[in-house]
Design a protein around this ligand. Structure first.
Ligand SMILES: [Zn+2]
Length: 376
């Protein structure tokens, strides 16, 4: 395969995908994005494409005809985060990188998957390799990978998910996640007579500070942004807060907030939720929106070795503060390989993916899949 042609194809395909505003609030754009992916996969001879849907979220599964459980499954998502600014969904090439929303999370990687399937099917038509592409990863994966694995019964020998780590950083462990909604009820009154009121907003902020105080005991103090090993501790941060109140001189009767909690073994979500219950205070209740236990992935040493051969740099197994769809495969005892090209500014308008590392990642996956699937 000519490296230059591959490079150009990956750039073109990624930029085409970035143009599509496939966000949570635009289901028709997500469908359009799937059409684009399908158009490219449909030209691969002998590939069977099936679309699934759960709660309005589509997923695409493509396998060689007659294969139900591929040796290797490439797994990605086409949904991207919403940007309110107009003309956000465009791309630009600068300093060897493709810039644009979703370029690194993970439309660039979806482009690599499409090219892998196209190339590998030409090289050898007996390969047992499939692709699964979902559209709800950014909101938890429940109607994407979780649905495919648990309800559809999707299986594979190993899942490759290029949605975490880095080119030479292969994820071995991921933190657990709790998205917790706090709801406070109080008593409204004119703000000039606060002694008559029970302020719901104050109740919710008080609960937040109690919970954050609890988590602060785990902080090691100094955190090196570049050293992933110093990130391995529980964290809690508020991501949303509000009240339906629209009057500056009224004490609100209700308020709510959302906390994003990340935790590490041996802690469990149950322990944390029990602890939080004791911290809420009067009139405040808590409801978990997303719960995921920490996951231990078991990366194949063969993948690590191929990564080192292709890049000429030592690969390391690292622990990740972020979560991924990998946890749903892990729950079914399916091994997961989680690394990816160089990416940055994830979820920003100037998100990027490094083009040379896309070609290297393509080469890593190609060699690995050939080593895996040609064995028998
Ligand atoms: Zn992602």
């Amino acid at each position: 395969m000519d490296r230059e042609i591959l490079r150009e194809r990956l750039i073109q395909l990624t930029r085409d995908l970035v143009l599509v505003e496939s966000t949570d609030d635009r289901p028709e754009e997500r469908t359009r994005c799937f059409h684009l992916v399908r158009n490219h996969l449909e030209e691969v001879a002998g590939l069977e494409i099936v679309m699934y849907e759960s709660h309005g979220y589509e997923s695409l599964v493509a396998m060689p005809a007659g294969v139900e459980k591929p040796d290797v499954l490439l797994c990605g998502h086409i949904d991207v985060v919403h940007h309110p600014e107009p003309d956000s969904y465009r791309s630009e090439i600068r300093d060897g990188k493709i810039y644009g929303p979703g370029a690194g999370d993970m439309k660039g990687q979806v482009a690599i998957m499409i090219e892998l399937i196209r190339n590998l099917s030409r090289e050898c038509n007996e390969l047992s390799v499939g692709v699964a592409i979902t559209s709800d990863e950014e909101r938890g994966g429940e109607h994407g990978v979780k649905y495919l694995v648990e309800d559809v019964g999707l299986e594979c020998g190993v899942a490759i998910i290029p949605d975490g780590g880095s080119l030479n950083d292969i994820i071995v462990e991921e933190k657990g996640i709790i998205h917790l909604r706090l709801i406070a009820e109080g008593v409204s009154a004119h703000a000039a007579r606060p002694w008559l009121a029970e302020n719901a907003l104050e109740r919710v902020t008080h609960a937040i500070s109690k919970i954050r105080e609890y988590f602060s005991q785990f902080s090691p103090g100094e955190v090196d942004p570049d050293d992933v090993d110093t990130h391995w501790f529980p964290t809690c941060t508020e991501t949303m807060i509000g009240t339906p109140n629209d009057s500056p001189n009224r004490v609100p009767a209700s308020a709510s907030a959302v906390l994003d909690i990340r935790f590490v073994p041996p802690m469990t979500s149950r322990q944390i939720l029990e602890e939080i219950q004791t911290l809420l205070g009067q009139g405040v209740s808590a409801e978990a929106i997303v719960i995921a236990e920490p996951t231990h992935l078991s990366p194949d040493p063969g993948f690590t070795q191929i990564t080192e051969e292709v890049t000429g740099i030592k690969a390391q197994l690292v622990r990740s503060s972020g979560g991924s769809d990998g946890r749903f495969f892990c729950a079914q005892q399916i091994p997961v390989l989680l690394s990816r090209p160089y990416v940055g500014n994830l979820h920003g308008r100037d998100e990027w993916i490094d083009i040379d590392s896309m070609v290297s990642y393509f080469e890593i996956c190609r060699s690995y899949i050939l080593s895996k699937c040609l064995k028998t």
